[in-house]
Design a protein around this ligand. Structure first.
Ligand code: C2O
Length: 344
């Protein structure tokens, strides 16, 4: 059977030392759960972070939206830290699966990873747009699959901006250091030259696509069904690449805050920019496969999650309804794919 949303009245202390194990949202007894009405707005185009940097009008809007989100009352479901806590709730075991009360919900390490994060970003983006009354607003993507995007995006680096977060690995986010997609917390810094790391990154992405094109489990992650606990090794290769970016940005001490720990990762605005590119990688993967459904399996298609939408409604959404971003009314700007070369 598919994974079902939690009983919101039962939120448990999370496994999240960085937050004193606290990330449950305020509970509203009797809050109604409605069907999400998918937007009927114009198609919004997500653009690369290193390009929007020079679009002053866009940057002003983006910062203003995040500023407003941070200024909302602390218990408002749209509040910046409430939005970040959603990630903690579904990753650090604050909720258990309905009808399987001792099995926590975990949205990583399986085929749920990509669709759940797609919805998470979608609602976050729609809420930001609503806060500045702009139906065309999109979050940018960290274009780490191309040379010009392989450094920490400058738009998050201004200490005076609401997009800033001091809890980062300063060795990496400063001075145009090249991102290493094979970086993991336990590894040492790569000693390779910049051009060598860039080449390695591109090869790594290319190999990932090439090896997983015919089998979606390899790219997206293995099945997880109602009542099953996640298995860490079951994650897909895109998730593995994505982990390296989290580790590379988080502070290399304590709990690796913010980006390096599930419970705090979404407190850094760059989280959404990073995941926007992860989401884009999935979209490219899908296009390369002729938009074939990845898993013809109702346990995947009917997996259901809850979010607060851009109308402050608590809504339920199914995986099957997010497979094509057009239904969510967004797309990605087409930019060169320097790694694609030898796949086809
Ligand atoms: Cu939910 Cu980048 O992780």
């Amino acid at each position: 059977a598919p994974i079902m949303p939690p009983d919101l009245s039962k939120c448990y202390p999370a496994t999240a030392p960085a937050l004193d194990n606290k990330c449950c949202p305020p509970y509203v007894p009797g809050e109604t759960i409605s069907e999400y009405s998918f937007p009927a707005t114009p198609l919004r185009v997500r653009r690369p972070a290193h390009i929007v940097k020079d679009d002053q009008e866009y940057m002003d809007k983006y910062k203003e939206a995040v500023r407003r989100m941070k200024n909302l009352p602390a218990d408002h479901p749209w509040n910046y830290y409430q939005q970040a806590n959603i990630h903690c709730q579904y990753c650090n075991y604050a909720y258990h699966q309905q009808n399987a009360d001792d099995v926590p919900i975990q949205v990583h390490f399986s085929w749920i990873f990509l669709p759940w994060h797609r919805y998470y970003l979608h609602f976050y983006e729609r809420i930001l747009g609503k806060l500045i009354d702009d139906d065309t607003f999109t979050i940018p993507f960290w274009n780490w699959d191309t040379k010009d995007g392989m450094t920490f995006p400058a738009i998050f680096q201004d200490a005076a901006s609401p997009l800033y977060d001091p809890k980062r690995d300063q060795r990496h986010v400063k001075d145009g250091k090249i991102l290493d997609l094979k970086y993991a917390i336990t590894e040492n810094e790569s000693t390779a030259s910049d051009s060598e790391i860039i080449r390695e990154n591109l090869c790594f992405i290319q190999k990932t696509f090439k090896h997983s094109l015919s089998l979606a489990e390899l790219f997206m992650g293995d099945p997880v069904r109602a009542g099953e606990k996640e298995i860490q090794e079951a994650n897909g290769q895109l998730e593995v690449i994505h982990n390296a970016v989290h580790s590379w940005v988080g502070e290399p001490s304590g709990n690796y805050e913010d980006m390096g720990d599930f419970s705090t990762a979404a407190r850094d605005s760059v989280f959404f920019c990073h995941h926007c590119n992860v989401d884009r990688m999935w979209d490219i993967y899908r296009n390369l496969r002729g938009n074939r459904v990845e898993f013809e399996d109702n346990d995947w298609l009917d997996s259901t999650f809850l979010f607060h939408d851009e109308n402050e409604q608590l809504v339920k959404v199914k995986m099957r309804d997010c497979l094509n971003p057009t239904k969510l009314r967004y797309t990605f700007e087409q930019v060169p794919l320097p790694w694609l070369g030898k796949i086809n």
